[in-house]
Design a protein around this ligand. Structure first.
Ligand code: ZN
Length: 330
């Protein structure tokens, strides 16, 4: 039995496995320029951010209907559950779908078909977090927030993703103010490829409650001190960092040093179909390569539930935390 954990950094579009991509392409009559699943899996072996993003957006074309989004989310939840995930906070990128004529209702209601029965079917509670593409304009993000307003019963928070460099958090100040006024929780990618100043800005200007990645905080000792003092959760994604060359090799990953510094780290999968593994695979990789002790792994699992947006279901959080405490490593 795998260690119980919450996954807090997961892009649902990044869970599209080659088999499902072909199934949806066939169902929707969308041609894919690959001979088959093996050829597509080969294309998943990209080595830089741009070739990843090209493929990521190309394959999104197979997602057309509510059922497609439901199938995508259900496949993720089944895999996540098998790897010990008991709670998942799932990112989605509405702008990428709106831009190709797929409406907000299709995306949200489709995802909800799977999320709404996930606890019963997979034993995984869920939250949905709508991300803005930071390389698009702030106006586009604001329009997206307005388009999502009828669906706020399904959406817990907002996030910020896509290419970080040159797109500082402050660009989205008004959007985050509007999201706050709507009662939404706030996270943002910061300090993955962008500088530590982006992390500070995300905290000060956007009021984020968690930092996605946050890896480069280690370059600024005062920032580390602040993140430790305020117990700001960081959603690290070790296998993603290796695949996108944020770190040279997993053995060089700063996770052990970050834990030693007292940072509230969590381990997540980011875009698991593309980056070589789901949440449990990331845990196994850091255990095997970085030599994390069982108590360190238990700390990571504990942190994930403390950092989860479960304030409206403290009973669930307590139950999951009790499972972490009771877990015996095999
Ligand atoms: Zn991400």
């Amino acid at each position: 039995m795998p260690l119980p954990k919450a996954e807090l950094h997961l892009h649902i579009e990044g869970t599209l496995e080659p088999e499902l991509a072909f199934e949806l392409a066939g169902r929707n009559g969308v041609p894919l320029p690959y001979a088959g699943t093996d050829a597509l899996r080969e294309a998943y072996r990209f080595t830089d951010l741009q070739s990843f993003l090209n493929l990521y957006y190309e394959l999104m074309a197979v997602l057309r209907t509510e059922q497609d989004f439901a199938d995508l989310a259900d496949a993720y939840l089944a895999r996540a559950a098998a790897q010990g995930v008991r709670h998942a906070e799932i990112f989605f990128d509405p702008q990428a779908h709106l831009a190709r004529g797929v409406g907000m209702d299709t995306v949200v209601e489709g995802l909800w078909r799977a999320l709404g029965r996930s606890e019963e079917k997979h034993g995984v509670s869920t939250r949905l977090i709508m991300c803005f593409l930071r390389d698009e304009t702030a106006e586009s993000a604001m329009r997206t927030l307005r388009a999502a307003q009828p669906y706020l019963g399904r959406i817990t928070g907002v996030g910020l993703d896509s290419a970080e460099t040159g797109h500082p958090p402050a660009k989205f100040r008004e959007v985050y103010e509007a999201a706050t006024a709507l009662g939404l929780r706030r996270v943002a990618h910061a300090g993955e490829e962008g500088p530590p100043e982006y992390i500070t800005e995300a905290l000060d200007v956007l009021g984020v409650e968690r930092v996605d990645h946050g890896l480069r905080c280690t370059e600024d000792p005062e920032l580390v001190e602040r993140l430790v003092r305020d117990r700001v959760p960081l959603t690290l994604c070790p296998l993603s960092n290796v695949r996108l060359r944020t770190v040279d090799a997993l053995a060089d990953h700063p996770l052990p040093a970050m834990l030693d510094a007292g940072l509230m780290c969590t381990v997540n999968s980011d875009d698991p179909a593309y980056f070589g593994g789901y949440a449990g695979d990331n845990f196994d990789a850091v255990r095997d390569t970085l030599g994390l002790s069982e108590e360190r792994l238990r700390d990571l699992a504990r942190n994930s539930f403390h950092a989860a947006f479960l304030d409206d279901d403290e009973e669930r959080r307590a139950r999951c935390l009790a499972e972490v405490e009771a877990y015996t490593f095999g």
